[in-house]
Design a protein around this ligand. Structure first.
Ligand SMILES: NC(=O)c1ccc[n+]([C@@H]2O[C@H](COP(=O)([O-])OP(=O)(O)OC[C@H]3O[C@@H](n4cnc5c(N)ncnc54)[C@H](OP(=O)(O)O)[C@@H]3O)[C@@H](O)[C@H]2O)c1
Length: 255
């Protein structure tokens, strides 16, 4: 249960090794979140991050095994998370893969793998999380979508379409949960300098994980349903969305 000031007391990060996810976790720990659970494919590799969060103010930080692609195991995983140590106030969906667009166009199996993780894995775990939060009667789901969800680009339409599906699903999930005490906040970052984008040319308005974390914490305080990081992207993408296709192709090819 959130405390008297509305601060989140317990949070689960799905994709616990994500640099954006960890930046948000650090901010939560600094804002009095007492219990954090980091769920990752290789939990042993994020022990150092858990230790940093303990030093940053969290009382308990656990690392647990979770694979978004292993949808057969999601029921057990979610039940265990909610039966372990009481309520979860916040569940952050931070996992995702960028994939390689050229490879995905050559090898459809590579494209399917991106869709499986970013969309099918997310849908599978979020539906189960939503059911448990609803039963609990309160909670917030934060979903890391992307500006790429707003309008597909030639250069990364496989990733972009997987995020568009995730984004639409999350909005619908939010609507389905209205009146239950459970909220869904969709976060649309632009280019963020993390290991996911390492080696890529930064896009305009590139930012870092800490700035995304600031936007998320601000969004949680305001009870926002959608957060852009940086906020100016809301207006940039509103314009991009309405550009005629031939013009969009030329502009997007350069961004
Ligand atoms: N960086 C950007 O420019 C940007 C922009 C907009 C949105 N986003 C979104 O923000 C989220 C976080 O990205 P990031 O920049 O923090 O990248 P990141 O540091 O590479 O984090 C992505 C995380 O996803 C995890 N993951 C991948 N496949 C998984 C699976 N099958 N099961 C469980 N975990 C899995 C990875 O785990 P491993 O450590 O095991 O590989 C990694 O920890 C992603 O959803 C991404 O699409 C990123």
């Amino acid at each position: 249960m959130r405390d008297a000031t509305g601060a989140v007391q317990s949070a689960l990060v799905l994709g616990g090794g994500s640099e954006i996810g960890l930046a948000i976790a650090r901010r939560l720990a600094g804002e009095r979140t007492r219990r954090l659970v980091l769920a990752a494919r290789a939990p042993e590799r994020i022990e150092h991050a858990a230790e940093e969060l303990r030093r940053g103010g969290a009382e308990t930080v656990e690392t647990v095994a979770f694979d978004a692609d292993d949808t057969e195991d999601h029921e057990r995983f979610v039940d265990e998370m909610f039966e372990r140590d009481g309520d979860l106030d916040l569940v952050l969906l931070a996992f995702g893969v960028l994939g390689d667009q050229d490879e995905a166009e050559r090898d459809p199996a590579a494209a399917v793998a991106v869709g499986r993780t970013n969309y099918l894995g997310a849908m599978s775990v979020l539906l189960r999380v939503a059911r448990r939060l609803e039963r609990q009667g309160h909670g917030t789901i934060v979903v890391l979508s992307s500006v790429a969800a707003e309008r597909a680009r030639r250069g990364n339409f496989v990733y972009g379409s997987s995020k568009a599906a995730l984004d639409a699903f999350s909005q619908g999930l939010a609507d389905s949960l209205e009146g239950t005490g459970v909220d869904v906040m969709v976060v649309r970052p632009g280019f963020v300098r993390t290991k996911m984008t390492e080696g890529l040319e930064p896009a305009p308005f590139a930012t870092d994980p800490e700035a995304v974390a600031d936007a998320v914490i601000d969004g949680l305080r305001r009870g926002a349903h959608t957060v852009w990081a940086p906020p100016v992207l809301r207006w940039v993408m509103a314009a991009m969305r309405h550009l005629p296709r031939p013009l969009y192709r030329r502009v997007a090819a350069r961004s």
